[in-house]
Design a protein around this ligand. Structure first.
Ligand SMILES: NC(=O)c1ccc[n+]([C@@H]2O[C@H](COP(=O)([O-])OP(=O)(O)OC[C@H]3O[C@@H](n4cnc5c(N)ncnc54)[C@H](OP(=O)(O)O)[C@@H]3O)[C@@H](O)[C@H]2O)c1
Length: 439
């Protein structure tokens, strides 16, 4: 079957696409970022989909030619602009469903979320609910899946990464409030196998199906279960009062991009549980228990690295950026004479002083620090720093050659030390760059 999976570079979408590919289907990778799509699925066809721009049925129809089924896994938890949520969850999604109806893509599976129909006044929920309602009104073989928290030992993203990181902290595991909010986490493989069966089943199931694990679990038990799975020692539970959690969530909103936001906290506070029977009836799958799944899939060193570095990553990135900015600024603006005399061997007071490559080196260092702080064009930062290194090396080599002819050893050592210093920081930045990879 030729299936378009939208949101195929996301946490759920990539597992869905992988499951369908393994089952022999021709999967089209619907994603907004072609480079990321190529990295995740190098052998599949990529279809560009931007849910903030593809807002009409006419925009979607040409991309659906020959497609037999759609699985939509696109979603945003807390975009910076409310309009983005409306476009992504409702306008573009409804337009995509309309296009399916128009061109004859009859089978549509929508990955929605448990609790969107609870009456909670969150735009995340109401916009998803409206898209679900739109789909129900179309003459299609639709199924709306509403999962609780989805987890897998094979990777994490967003909320599940945050849970792993909380579980991996030394000595204390912080809990939202008393950690007694109930969730019914469902194993990714159960969800993706369910989607496969629904697609292949042949019979239309026009139903809204909650997708949950076998029994509710308190957030506290999920966190300590993950800690046990990661193989870390005992720790105390540290209840964080809900007002403090709300403050942290507001901070998360302001900083953007992280999994702790007012929306996610409201969803946690509300809890998220429902009986698994409808999913079993629809797919024949009996969902597996959380502890059983973890026991059958031991954690790897990569899981521990990621969990332990999760909170350190932004600290490391910020400290490195500040290091570049401060040291380059001091050298550029406070130590001009030192640079000229001690590194370049020139007289700063001389009229028409010669071009000084160290000024360029520190200028580039300052620029790269600023870009690093803004987390903007990090590849460009590395390229700039490579230039810094190259110039520093060249200048050192030049001073070395000069020494033999005229100047003396005093320029060789400071230049060498500077070069080695830059080389070390460059390596640290390479590590920070690798840690910056989110998906
Ligand atoms: N994970 C859970 O536990 C869970 C539980 C219940 C319901 N859900 C729902 O399941 C869906 C998928 O969740 P997830 O955990 O896989 O989230 P995710 O990892 O954040 O994936 C969301 C996907 O949507 C894509 N997307 C976001 N904005 C887009 C835009 N403007 N245009 C095109 N694509 C866009 C993302 O693209 P990029 O890859 O380019 O960022 C990503 O592929 C969401 O609707 C979520 O609400 C998730």
């Amino acid at each position: 079957m030729k299936v378009l999976v939208t949101g195929a570079t996301g946490f759920i979408g990539r597992h869905v696409a992988a499951r369908l590919i393994a089952a022999g289907h021709e999967v089209l990778i619907g994603a907004r970022d072609g480079r990321r799509a190529g990295r995740v699925f190098p052998d599949q066809r990529f279809i560009a989909c931007d849910f903030t721009r593809d807002l009409s049925s006419a925009a979607w129809s040409p991309r659906l030619l020959g497609v037999e089924a759609l699985v939509n896994c696109v979603g945003v938890l807390q975009p910076r602009r409310r309009a983005t949520m409306e476009a992504v969850h409702l306008t573009a999604t409804a337009a995509l469903f309309d296009a399916c109806a128009a061109v004859g893509v009859r089978r549509v599976i929508q990955v929605s979320a448990l609790g969107v129909d609870s009456g909670i006044d969150l735009h995340y929920a109401t916009s998803k609910l409206a898209a679900d309602a739109h789909l129900q009104g179309l003459d299609l073989d639709w199924t709306i899946l509403r999962p609780s928290l989805v987890y897998t030992p094979a990777g994490s993203y967003g909320g599940t990464s945050l849970l792993r990181a909380q579980a991996a902290l030394p000595f204390f595991v912080p809990l939202p409030g008393r950690g007694d909010q109930l969730f019914q986490p469902v194993f990714m493989d159960d969800l993706t196998e369910g989607i496969r069966r629904l697609l292949e089943g042949g019979k239309a199931i026009s139903e809204i199906v909650p997708v949950t694990g076998p029994a509710p679990l308190a957030v506290r038990d999920i966190l300590f279960g993950l800690r046990r799975w990661l193989g870390l020692g005992r720790a105390w539970a540290l209840p964080i009062p809900m007002p403090a959690m709300r403050f942290l969530a507001r901070l998360g909103d302001l900083l953007g991009g992280g999994p702790l936001t007012t929306t996610s906290l409201r969803m946690i506070e509300q809890g998220n549980a429902a009986p698994p029977d409808p999913f079993t009836r629809a797919t024949g799958i009996v969902p597996r228990r959380f502890d059983q799944v973890l026991a059958q899939h031991p954690a790897h060193v990569q899981d521990r690295w990621h969990a332990r570095l999760y909170f350190l990553r932004p600290v490391l990135q910020t400290v490195l950026a500040l290091f570049w900015i401060v040291s380059a600024s001091v050298m550029l603006f406070g130590q001009r004479v030192f640079i000229a005399r001690e590194l370049s061997g020139s007289d700063p007071a001389a009229p028409g002083a010669a071009f000084d490559p160290w000024q360029v080196v520190f200028g580039l260092a300052l620029l790269s620090g600023l870009l690093l702080l803004l987390r903007w064009k990090v590849r460009l930062v590395l390229a700039l720093q490579a230039w810094v290194l190259a110039i520093a090396l060249l200048w050192w080599a030049a001073s070395l050659l000069g020494v033999m002819a005229v100047v003396g050893w005093q320029l060789v050592w400071p230049n060498l030390m500077l070069f080695l210093g830059f080389a070390l920081i460059f390596l640290a930045n390479l590590a920070a760059w690798a840690l910056g990879d989110d998906r």
